[in-house]
Design a protein. Structure first.
Lengths: 532, 185, 346
């Protein structure tokens, strides 16, 4: 370990924001009490939704899988305490739409009894990286910085492209959020232990831990932990406080001077980035055999009585967390999940804590004033000056506003990381990011509809072909019948009875064949009644 | 005078040849227009345009026999896309009301179904499964919401249910769609 | 508990378009004071007339378009357009021409295109161009600068001149009026005089015309203030003035007898005022960093071309309007390279 400051590069754009972190770092991390009810959404990660493997009424134990991962880009969901499954159904989840989504609801029994867990692997170096990745997959670990991409899937990208440097993201650049800060202050050893496991899995030769310079305690604690662990291949790099330094691409630029290639991944540069909280979760999974069942969440803002960080079980209702932190104050204006730049407002606080939820910001009207009515864009270009992706937000806005979705993609809409810098500085108060979110989801939607209509066209054409064929066959049969009848008077020596039986048998055979073909042609439909 | 006529004629012939050559040499091989139109139509095969399906409507548009505003499921978006493709002026939708209906899929109330197969024959995309005297059911994934199965049903056991927005299909509202974000009040 | 959903970001910088406009007005003060000092009350009266007309026209047009009137008035854009146009007008201009120019600027050049943010052409310059084309005599009649004039028009005399067209008793136009230095230079160059000859006249100062040089300096001061306050960026003013200097310098080196030195181009007429306050109008200018440099540079070139070979003595308005047309195309071809695209190419 070394305290020598590595060179720091600059990234384009970005803004300086008041950090408001002190409010929630005055108290140590508290442990939230075991709630009576746990609501576990099946979709807490990017990728396929998990599939429930328990029945209503079933008893479950803490750490038991209640929903299996569906594929590699997915994550299982574990019971976060012991109790009884009381419902598997739709429930409000923390999502900008305010929609309901499938959840497993558990009524806890208060015993908090562990299920049988896999063996702890303190000697993780004795295990093959694939085994360790499998363990991390089992543990349901996802990117805890808020991105919620399944960690095992991210680590697996290292197999195709060798990773030489692991980057631990402790920048935590958004105002108000302090859960990673507190984690590093109090549990730096855990973060470092997880980092060592990750280094082993990736076979990387060094690790850079990026932390913003507004967290001196965390920086000191992490450096101390590195010293204590005797790790020489990792060092803490202090980065200047500038939003969005905690964005993966921007942090990589700050620490290495490289830009992740357009359309590529950090792995293209031999880099892989993990959040510090994810690293701690990896330590729990590998060293102790424990799945991800809790996380640290920042409860802050003038709308909350006792701002602080708490470690809470996934599935705890937000109302319970707020009550634990002394309840709301009268100043409460809106409740934001995540930070004030990239978070979203909750429609309702009866939603569970999920894996990706790093902060609940109960903002007062002063902290988060209602947006003023937007004025016309005067193309002043301030947005382009602060855009860390080097886009032209004013042009993107122009085309998104006009719903010109081709043009908006010409201007690289999908490179937008939705950091909110452009909206922040806009003198016309135009909700720019909202336009980009709208355009993105609209483009995805159109793509989905196009695929759907292609499928419908195929099915329709298949049906037309089938009907045509059936019609042709019917005519063919009629013609043959006619021919047979015409022939009959000439050679009327045959036994009419025998002929009738033969004809009947032929009909049955033809019918069978037609039915078979119909079933083949339509796949699922059986169009039998049109034949006779 | 003669000279002028000769020069002009000469020029006309030269440029005519040049143009003719260019049109052969730089010919753009594109989808026939019918395919391009068909690709823009929503493929519900609902016949609300007055044609037997999306393709016949596309053919009618290509032949200049039909306006571009007769597709309610495609709505404004499809009409504008068609106007763009064909270089025509956008026109108001013929049936604005139908175009604003929420997207729905058919659902067979299974306890009422008598297994007559009439709906199966009506479905343009084979999205109904069943056999004579057996209960039928709609594959919601494949249903285009064309409503063609509803009139033939002798016991009126088919209803249209609006597609519930899911996390997958949910989209952020445009800030221009006023007050959409204020529905939670 | 239920909440009203609003989208992020929830933190907004607390300034607005009207703050920008206010900064522009503030930055104009030194230049306007200088104009008034050297050329009398006319500019201030013009400003009053233009601002009143601009606000009334804006309110009327916005109302006719069924848009909210108060926000449009308070964003300050009409105010700025009025002031900019008035500054460009000669201090002797009859009042109704000022009104006409302002009406054209606000109603035709701005509101008919959709109001603030949608106008492709700089409204003040559109108004100016209309007046210059239609009323060339009135539009080129400036006053003698303070140090050369024997008679100074007071406030009352100025008002009377602008509103009734009457000069104070005993005075005639020749005693108080003069062409602008650029006009003078053109006329006498056309008479095949040499630069050295022309510059014998007491009209000339160190670089440009007397008085005019100082007006330019004071506008530059305001412009630098705008750059410092980040209301505008340095790109357009710097590239425009630099390209004007370079091309003027080139021709001056080739033939100093028929081409005045580059400093003359810079400090005469509206070059500096135009660079900081007209060309840099964000709505009608290029918006990409490289685009701004190209846009500014081409304005500089056009100014020189029109001044040297065109039929109007000053050219800022025409150069800016011509480049307004090119701005969208320049923007399209000068998009910045998105994050990571250079690494992707290498």
């Amino acid at each position: 370990m070394s305290t020598v400051q590595a060179p720091i590069w600059e990234f384009y754009g970005g803004i300086h924001l008041p950090d408001h972190k002190a409010e929630s770092t005055r108290r140590p991390i508290a442990i939230a009490p075991l709630p009576h009810r746990l609501v576990l959404p099946l979709q807490q990660h990017i990728g396929e939704m998990a599939e429930p493997v328990v029945q209503v009424g079933e008893q479950v134990l803490k750490g038991q899988i209640v929903a299996e991962a569906r594929g590699r880009v997915s994550a299982p969901i574990h019971a976060t305490s012991s109790g009884r499954v009381v419902e598997i159904g739709e429930h409000r989840i923390p999502h900008p739409s305010g929609l309901d989504a499938p959840c497993v609801v558990i009524e806890t029994d208060g015993e908090d009894r562990w299920a049988e867990l896999p063996a702890p692997w303190p000697d993780y170096t004795a295990h093959h990286p694939d085994e360790l990745i499998e363990r991390i997959h089992w543990a349901g670990i996802v990117g805890l910085g808020g991105a919620t991409f399944p960690t095992s899937a991210k680590l697996a990208t290292g197999e195709a492209k060798p990773i030489h440097t692991l980057i631990l993201n402790g920048a935590e650049c958004e105002p108000y959020i302090s859960c990673d800060d507190m984690l590093m202050r109090e549990r730096a050893d855990r973060v470092i232990a997880g980092m060592q496991v990750l280094l082993h899995i990736l076979g990387a030769r060094e690790c850079l831990i990026g932390i913003e310079d507004n967290k001196p305690e965390a920086i000191a604690a992490m450096r101390q932990a590195l010293d204590d662990a005797g790790v020489s291949q990792a060092r803490v790099v202090v980065v200047p406080t500038k939003y969005p330094s905690g964005s993966e691409k921007q942090l990589i630029r700050l620490l290495t001077g490289h830009e992740v290639p357009h359309g590529g991944l950090p792995a293209d540069l031999g880099l892989l980035c993990q959040n510090v909280a994810t690293s701690a979760a990896v330590a729990n999974a590998v060293l102790d055999g424990q799945p991800l069942i809790s996380r640290i969440v920042t409860l802050t803002g003038q709308g909350i009585s006792e701002p602080q960080n708490v470690e809470a079980r996934i599935g705890t209702l937000v109302t319970k967390l707020i009550a634990f932190a002394g309840g709301y104050t009268p100043a409460l204006h809106r409740l934001i999940v995540g930070g004030p730049m990239m978070g979203f407002t909750l429609h309702n606080d009866h939603v569970p804590l999920t894996k990706g939820c790093n902060c609940l910001l109960a903002a007062s009207a002063a902290e988060s004033p209602d947006p003023p009515k937007p004025a016309p864009c005067i193309r002043c270009g301030r947005c382009a000056d602060v855009c860390p992706a080097r886009l032209l937000p004013q042009q993107l806005y122009w085309y998104a506003h006009a719903r010109d979705f081709d043009k908006v993609q010409d201007y690289n809409l999908f490179d937008c990381i939705e950091c909110g810098c452009c909206s922040h500085v806009c003198p016309s108060h135009i909700p720019l990011v909202q336009y980009y979110r709208f355009a993105k989801t609209e483009i995805w939607n159109q793509e989905r509809e196009r695929r759907k209509s292609d499928l419908a066209r195929q099915r329709h054409e298949a049906r037309l072909a089938r009907l045509e064929r059936l019609e042709r066959e019917r005519k063919e049969r009629l013609r043959k019948k006619k021919e047979a009848l015409e022939k009959k008077p000439k050679g009327a020596t045959d036994d009419p009875k025998k002929a009738a039986i033969e004809a009947a048998m032929k009909r049955v055979a033809a019918k069978k064949a037609a039915r078979q073909e119909a079933a083949d042609g339509a796949g699922v439909s059986a169009n039998t009644s049109s034949e006779d | 005078m003669l000279q002028a006529i000769l020069v002009i004629t000469g020029l006309a012939i030269t440029f005519g040849l040049l143009l003719g050559y260019a049109s052969v040499r730089f010919r753009v091989e594109g989808d026939p227009i019918v395919d391009q139109i068909d690709a823009l139509l929503p493929q519900t095969q609902c016949g609300q345009c007055g044609y037997a399906g999306c393709r016949p409507y596309a053919e009618a548009i290509a032949a200049g026999e039909a306006e571009i505003n007769r597709c309610p499921p495609g709505g404004e978006t499809t009409m504008v896309a068609l106007a763009d493709l064909l270089g025509r002026d956008p026109v108001p939708l013929e049936d604005q009301e139908a175009a604003e209906k929420p997207k729905s899929v058919a659902l067979i109330i299974e306890k009422d179904c008598i297994g007559c197969t009439l709906c199966i024959q009506a479905c343009p995309v084979d999205a109904i499964v069943g056999a004579p005297k057996q209960m039928h059911t709609v594959i919601a994934e494949e249903c285009t919401g064309c409503e063609l199965c509803i009139p033939p049903c002798p016991v009126e056991c088919i209803v249209m249910v609006p597609v519930k927005p899911s996390l997958e299909t949910w989209r952020w509202p445009s800030p221009d769609e006023e007050n959409l974000l204020e529905t939670g009040t | 508990m239920e909440f009203r959903p609003v989208t992020s970001p929830y933190l907004q910088a607390d300034y607005s378009v009207s703050d920008d406009m206010l900064q522009v007005l503030l930055a104009l003060v030194p230049g306007v004071v200088a104009l008034t000092w050297f050329f009398g009350w006319g500019t201030l009266i013009n400003i009053s007339i233009a601002v009143t007309t601009a606000l009334l026209a804006e309110a009327m047009a916005v109302r006719l378009r069924n848009r909210p009137v108060l926000p449009a008035l308070f964003d300050g854009s009409a105010l700025v357009t009025g002031v900019l146009l008035a500054i460009a007008l000669p201090p002797t201009l009859p009042w109704w021409l000022t009104v006409l120019g302002t009406l054209f600027a606000i109603i035709v050049a701005k509101q008919l295109y959709g109001g603030l943010g949608y106008n492709p052409f700089n409204p003040a310059m559109a108004g100016y161009a209309l007046l210059l084309i239609s009323f060339p005599a009135e539009m080129t009649r400036w006053l003698l600068p303070e140090m050369l004039a024997e008679h100074h028009l007071g406030l009352y005399d100025s008002l009377r001149l602008l509103f009734t067209g009457q000069l104070p008793a005993g005075l005639n136009w020749d005693a108080i009026s003069s062409a602008t230095p650029l006009d003078e230079m053109r006329t006498r160059l056309d008479m095949n005089q040499m630069i050295d000859e022309i510059r014998q006249s007491p009209l000339w100062g160190d670089f440009g015309g007397r008085g005019w040089e100082w007006v330019g300096n004071w506008f530059a001061l305001g412009g630098i203030y705008l750059i410092w306050r980040r209301v505008i960026t340095w790109h357009i003013p710097v590239s425009m003035l630099l390209s004007l200097l370079l091309i003027a310098g080139l021709f001056w080196l080739i033939d100093p007898n028929t081409h005045p030195n580059p400093a003359f181009h810079l400090f005469s007429g509206a070059a500096i005022f135009g660079a900081f306050f007209i060309a840099s109008d964000p709505v009608t200018a290029s918006t990409t960093p490289r685009g701004k440099l190209i846009y500014g540079a081409l304005i500089g070139v056009l100014i020189f071309i029109i001044r040297s070979w065109g039929s109007y003595p000053d050219a800022v308005a025409f150069a800016v309007l011509l480049m307004n047309m090119a701005a969208p195309t320049i923007d399209y071809y000068t998009q910045p390279k998105v994050f990571g695209s250079e690494e992707a190419e290498s």
